[in-house]
Design a protein around this ligand. Sequence first.
Ligand SMILES: Cc1cc2nc3c(=O)[nH]c(=O)nc-3n(C[C@H](O)[C@H](O)[C@H](O)COP(=O)(O)OP(=O)(O)OC[C@H]3O[C@@H](n4cnc5c(N)ncnc54)[C@H](O)[C@@H]3O)c2cc1C
Length: 322
Amino acid sequence: MLFRSVYERSDRIGGLLMYGIPNMKLDKQKVVQRRLDLMAAEGIEFVINTEIGKDQAASQIGDLFDATVICTGATKPMDFVKDASGRDLKGIYFAMDFLSANTKSLLDTGHADGNYISAKDKHIIVLGGGDTGTDCVGTSLRHGCKTVNQFDVIPKPPNERAPDNPWPQWPTIYKLDYGQEEAAARFGDDPRRYRTSTFEFVGDDQGHLKGLSTIDLEWKKTATGAPFGKIPGTEKEWPADLVLLAMGFSGPEDTVLDQLGIERDTRSNARAEYGKYATNAPGIFAAGDARRGQSLVVWAIHEGRGAARECDRYLMGSTDLP
Ligand SMILES: Cc1cc2nc3c(=O)[nH]c(=O)nc-3n(C[C@H](O)[C@H](O)[C@H](O)COP(=O)(O)OP(=O)(O)OC[C@H]3O[C@@H](n4cnc5c(N)ncnc54)[C@H](O)[C@@H]3O)c2cc1C
């Protein structure tokens, strides 16, 4: 019998397209679910609520199937404030806990179950100025937050390309994404504060977050060789009921890779050559964010197709897949 199965630990298939990218950016029913239904109709078996490495040993999957593709994403969050005092206060969450609970509750009950972290009437601070942070800003605004600020340690990018950033490189220039545009329309200003480093979280006597402290950074090599230093006297306090950590991701989780004995590259991703997708373990391939690190949907689609082609070649000796 031929099995073509996708195992997913979550209660819905789709990865970050389902539970990472918010619904206002990517419609789950009209776009994601529609595609999943087509795949199911084509004979793909989707097995949900099953965490490989925990509910079922990864080696068991390897034995059950002739070829396996690891597409577990790059979900380990970075935490540059882990040593800041007050980090364990109630009200500090990783961005993905905020975003995925929000989408699940929205899809399950239109938010009626209340099973999400609400930003309503709260002072929100997002740490991290990238796309995940922008999704936190957009979601907080939809909840009806009181204020929203987004801090980044880097300097504000220039309005035009810098001399060391010529075409055809990706332009590193200042731009307003949808979350900042919406925040500016509501509060009158881009919510991002650059060169801003958080060094302390402040709580009340119940252990709830009520604010945080920042200091401005100067991006100039210091005497110790660090790329930036703190500017004494620029400390500020900010009210905060909810802090969302959106500081990037450091690579795939280890369990499945360890259980299958998969080698890593220098950035801790599954080692598999681009275009071939084969890992060091026979019949086991890796694709998407698990192989290349946190990236883009177009790359995940491209690598998924490429890995399917290479599986076919491995199983059949040749392939007609593009
Ligand atoms: C907040 C956010 C917003 C983004 N917005 C955009 C955007 O607007 N445009 C864009 O192009 N890209 C965006 N991206 C990036 C994009 O979503 C990813 O690059 C893409 O989804 C990667 O696909 P993937 O299949 O490799 O991994 P993922 O989408 O991460 O899927 C991995 C899946 O594997 C499951 N899994 C992990 N471990 C196990 C296990 N042991 N057992 C079973 N299942 C497991 C996870 O639950 C998850 O469902 C965004 C990313 C984030 C975090």
